[in-house]
Design a protein around this ligand. Structure first.
Ligand code: MG
Ligand code: MG
Ligand code: MG
Length: 306
């Protein structure tokens, strides 16, 4: 029986590419593994898989009685609903330690680097397995995506070195130019329903018993959101009601200006204002230098909610 390799709900490029790259490695060292996805691919991930000629993992959301490797998260809120009925063989992740627990020993590769694929690159080195060309391409892409082409404060020298090695294997000469192309695809808004934009990279967090949803849209030019901003604000208010959430935040991140406009609705906005030491006017505020949800948004919010 194969083990399934799965990333988080509402998968981003790292979750999908990690599932593929880790499953390949596991098979190469004699463990049968199959990459799966927990939701639809976003346009950026589709672009990456098309560029490097890799198949979309099959959709699978239920894992009772199965064995799994978890990548790119360790929070139950982002995991399959029936994870407690599965056997977790291992976790590969670069986020804060979440609340997944196991009843048997597991393999754990958790490091504070910019991307799960950076850790998986180290695993290839550890097992002395060569990274195939296409897989090198998607691993490189995921690292460029998660580190916002090295601009995110989550980026480390290990991430940069991994991209350089993987780009050479994949035959990508100008990986920064490739990264900018990728972010243009990522922030495409024309013809996209507002709810789809809000949910494109959305995660729920439990903060002192309160449910807080945080979405992020990364773009090379914030003005692409001008025409839809009011609709985005209306929709996050709806999403707050529907999910019984205390607050919903949506980060509109400009990777060139290196900051984010925060759109927010909540039962008590003073908590959010306190977290960022700022004033929210008309449900929004510019946060200079804020690029990373995991490092610059979740920790201050958790502190403010505590
Ligand atoms: Mg992710
Ligand atoms: Mg990641
Ligand atoms: Mg991200």
């Amino acid at each position: 029986m194969p083990a399934y390799v799965l990333g988080h709900k509402i998968p981003d490029s790292d979750s999908i590419c990690s599932a593929i790259s880790l499953a390949y490695l596991k098979n190469a060292i004699g463990e049968e593994a199959v990459p799966v996805r927990m939701g639809e691919l976003n346009p950026e991930t589709t672009f990456i898989l098309d560029t490097f000629g890799l198949d979309t993992p099959e959709l699978k959301t239920s894992f009772a009685g199965e064995s799994v490797y978890i990548v790119d998260h360790s929070d139950r809120a982002q995991s399959p609903d029936d994870l407690s009925e599965a056997t977790v063989l291992g976790i590969v992740d670069h986020h804060k330690l979440g609340d997944i627990t196991t009843s048997a020993p597991l393999e754990c590769w958790i490091r504070p680097v910019g991307c799960s694929n950076t850790i998986i690159k180290e695993m290839y080195d550890y097992y002395n397995v060569e990274v195939p060309k296409g897989i090198a391409g998607i691993m490189m892409s995921a690292i460029l995506s998660d580190t916002v082409i090295f601009k995110s404060p989550t980026c480390t020298p290990v991430d940069v070195a991994a991209v350089e090695t993987l780009a050479a294997i994949a035959g990508v000469e100008d990986y920064k130019a490739f990264g900018v192309e990728m972010f243009k695809v990522k922030s495409r808004v024309e013809g996209t329903p507002v709810r789809e934009l809000v949910m494109r990279d959305f995660k729920d967090f439990e903060m002192s018993g309160k449910r807080v949803g945080i979405g992020q849209l990364e773009t090379v030019d914030l003005s692409v959101f001008d025409s839809v901003k009011a609709d985005l604000q209306t929709d996050i208010a709806r999403l707050k009601q529907e999910g019984g959430r205390h607050s919903v935040c949506l980060l509109l991140t400009d990777i060139m200006q290196e900051g984010s406009e925060l759109l927010v609705v909540g039962d008590d906005l003073s908590i959010v204002e306190g977290a960022f030491d700022t004033s929210i006017i008309d449900g929004k505020v510019w946060l200079d230098g804020v690029l990373s949800r995991k490092k610059q948004v979740v920790p201050p919010l958790e502190k403010a909610f505590a």
